[in-house]
Design a protein around this ligand. Structure first.
Ligand SMILES: NC(=O)c1ccc[n+]([C@@H]2O[C@H](COP(=O)([O-])OP(=O)(O)OC[C@H]3O[C@@H](n4cnc5c(N)ncnc54)[C@H](O)[C@@H]3O)[C@@H](O)[C@H]2O)c1
Length: 359
């Protein structure tokens, strides 16, 4: 097992990574408050892992809340079910929510914990690769509104994160690849040697070999932990670097109305577009583009945009909630392993990049 901690003063918390953590009673005991616990999970994950977690926490008073699966359920109506379970189960401020699932469950459970009785503890047990390397770490919690994704939310750091790599064995291949897009992102923004390691380790990661999984998740979480510790609430621009590829990705997701493209798949193409744009601006050597494209392909990801007019994608990029003062902030690469936020990128150059990756 690997462990690291995210340094946020009195809100510092540990992240544990390794196979079989779901059964580690002592580890949970050491990191959970003494009161009643509410496990929040969904209809897909519950039949796979809820029973194991029940046994691990057998000596504790536990209530359960099993939600419907899927992003369309990440809303205030579903959230109300979590509050109903907490109230019916008499969970008080000395208790905790335990999120058992992917990013959708984690974001909803985290937001419920931020609000319930003005804030209770939340432990995250992320069960997708994306949630293990990204959404469970950093304290962003939210639900969607019909007008937009993650519009209603709060910063609420978990009390601990338990990333059990064994649960990834049941994750569908597409979801695995989507998570790998975020892993690749960390190499691009912060660590060229990690990117190079991924180039050789990718087949083993896709085969879900434990050693490589633990290494990839640990290095990803270490990078996210460092960046979040430096800029917890995205005020200095440092945390914004984690959005590499995301402005392009969000535009793709919106253009296809979230149909047929997973978030990580859109981010994967976004990483390639951001790399291409960085080369057009003369920031990086064009040879990096081929390396990024090849790594995305070996991760099972797409490298071509959906059939959407570049001008429409450009318009959608302007809608990104991070636009301020009319300027579109874009994360670009200075070199492999080093990113920067720019607000001065010429529209025509972005359109050239968008045109280049049309199907
Ligand atoms: N809070 C943050 O910082 C942050 C960051 C990135 C993404 N997110 C959010 O995360 C969400 C996406 O998360 P996701 O990619 O984990 O999707 P998800 O939670 O929808 O999970 C994907 C699918 O895999 C299933 N699943 C989960 N674990 C499984 C397992 N071990 N075996 C088999 N099936 C399993 C889920 O039930 C679901 O059907 C989005 O709502 C996004 O907004 C949040």
């Amino acid at each position: 097992m690997q462990s690291l901690s995210i340094a946020l003063g009195e809100r510092t918390y540990p992240i544990y990574i390794g196979p079989g953590l779901l059964s580690e009673t002592a580890l949970f005991e050491a990191n959970l408050p003494a009161g009643a616990l509410c496990i929040v999970t969904n209809e897909t994950v519950a039949p796979l892992y809820l029973d194991t977690l029940r046994k691990t926490l057998a000596h504790r008073r536990v209530v359960e809340c099993v939600l419907p699966d899927g992003e369309p359920h990440k809303n205030l109506t579903t959230l109300a079910r979590v509050f109903d379970s907490l109230i019916a189960g008499r969970v008080h401020r000395d208790g905790a929510i335990i999120a058992l699932g992917g990013g959708v469950v984690g974001d909803m459970a985290g937001f419920a914990a931020a609000c319930y009785q003005r804030g209770i503890a939340c432990a995250q047990i992320p069960t997708t690769l994306l949630s293990q390397v990204d959404s469970s770490v950093g304290g962003k919690t939210a639900v969607n509104h019909p007008q937009g994704k993650n519009l209603i939310g709060a910063f609420h750091q978990p009390c601990a994160v338990f990333a059990d790599t064994k649960v990834l064995q049941t994750l569908p291949d597409r979801e695995m690849s989507a998570g790998l897009a975020e892993v690749i992102k960390y190499g691009l923004i912060e660590d060229a040697s990690f990117f190079a390691w991924l180039e050789s380790a990718m087949p083993k990661l896709r085969a879900r070999e434990e050693r490589e999984l633990v290494e990839a998740i640990s290095r990803s979480c270490a990078i996210k932990a460092q960046i979040v510790a430096e800029d917890e609430r995205e005020t200095t621009g440092r945390r914004a670097l984690l959005n590499l590829g995301h402005t392009f990705g969000h535009a793709i997701e919106t253009a296809v109305d979230y149909q047929g493209w997973l978030h990580g798949e859109a981010v994967g193409v976004g990483l390639l577009l951001a790399t291409d744009l960085s080369a057009r601006l003369g920031l990086i050597d064009p040879s990096v583009i081929a390396r990024v494209k090849s790594l995305l392909e070996s991760a099972g990801l797409r490298t071509v945009s959906p059939r959407v007019a570049p001008e429409q994608l450009w318009e959608l990029m302007q809608m990104d909630k991070k636009v301020s003062g009319g300027k579109l902030p874009l994360v670009l690469l200075n070199q492999l392993g080093d990113a920067q936020l720019r607000r001065d990128v010429d529209q025509e150059l972005v359109l050239q990049t968008l045109r280049h990756y049309q199907p």
